[in-house]
Design a protein. Structure first.
Length: 321
């Protein structure tokens, strides 16, 4: 009961409502401020100066003490104002592989006429990134969150903070944005070859045995396999061109769950399928994916690669939902 009451008090005090979508405005009740260690020392020194000035009736001591006290008070106001009324929203997060670090983007919009300096964002209070937000502009900042396993990763509670201008105060606001990142399975090491590509007539043809005919060159597009770049043409300073082959449309390459060795576990099978997806995409092939409960039709390109990897990432997650 004590823990439940403490959590309720904590949520009420820090305005924690769970994941929030849309734009969050950092109104006054959402920004919190406390003195830093340097601020506490500064205040203690002021108290000693005031005591000495009283004991020895030092007029200049009073002047200096009150001047520094005014500086301390103004520092608190400016630190608080550095965060107040910022508009915060979640940005797009690119998928990552299991074991990598997801980079969650947060957009900071400053509609005021004053620049906001040294705004920090952290997930674990160990690593932080800082940006300056000019007046009447929007700046993006990222927070790194470890992605230990495949599936859907949410950033949880992020902390937006500042110590500007003097480092005597620490102002912060908690953010729990409605964002997520798709975490792909970590691809298995290269080794297991791609399955056989089947022709429309039902006859198998082994991929990569020279059965495709050279059909010409085209302009290089981002995502084309380096194996198909005409390097000799590039060496003659004629730009990057990609070789085209005929005969691919006559085959169907299916990356099938049932084609994997039975000794592999679920996660190992997903990792191997992820490796096959990357290999097939790297070779410029058209391919499809078959896993229990999900089939991705035959296609090629970056969109097909991402669709297959996402299906692998959400395997069983979709099944349970």
């Amino acid at each position: 009961m004590y823990v439940s009451l403490r959590n309720q008090l904590y949520n009420w005090l820090f305005q924690l409502r769970g994941p929030e979508g849309g734009v969050i405005v950092l109104v006054q009740r959402r920004v919190f401020i406390l003195p830093t260690g340097h601020g506490v020392i500064f205040a203690a020194v002021l108290l000693l100066m005031l005591t000495g000035s009283i004991n020895y009736n030092l007029s200049l001591g009073f002047v200096l003490t009150f001047l520094l006290a005014a500086l301390l008070a103004n520092a608190m106001i400016y630190t608080f104002r550095n965060l107040a009324n910022l508009r915060v929203s979640g940005g797009r997060t690119r998928p990552v592989y299991a074991g990598d670090t997801a980079r969650f983007t947060v957009n900071l919009e400053n509609r005021g006429a004053a620049e906001r300096n040294s705004i920090g964002l952290t997930h674990d209070r160990k690593t932080s990134e800082f940006v300056d937000v000019p007046a009447l502009s929007t700046v993006s900042i990222q927070a790194g969150v470890p992605a230990p396993r495949r599936g859907i990763l949410r950033p949880g509670r992020l902390t937006l903070f500042t110590r500007y201008p003097l480092g005597l105060y620490y102002a912060w606001a908690y953010l729990e944005l409605d964002m997520h990142c798709v975490v792909y399975p970590r691809p298995a090491p290269a080794g297991l070859p791609l399955p056989r590509a089947l022709s429309h007539s039902g006859e198998g043809s082994e991929h990569g045995q020279g059965q495709e005919d050279f059909a010409g060159l085209r302009q290089y597009n981002m995502g084309d396999s380096p194996r198909h770049i005409a390097w000799k043409v590039a060496a003659r300073d004629q730009g990057l061109l990609t070789k085209q082959f005929a005969g691919r449309a006559a085959t169907e390459l299916w990356l099938d769950w049932t084609a994997l060795p039975a000794r592999l576990g679920v996660e190992e099978k997903l990792s191997q399928l992820a490796r096959w997806v990357l290999d097939a995409h790297g070779d410029g092939l058209s391919f499809g994916l078959r896993i229990p409960g999900k089939t991705v039709g035959i296609a090629a390109g970056d969109v097909q690669r991402d669709a297959c990897l996402e299906a692998l990432a959400l395997f069983e997650v979709t099944e349970r939902s």
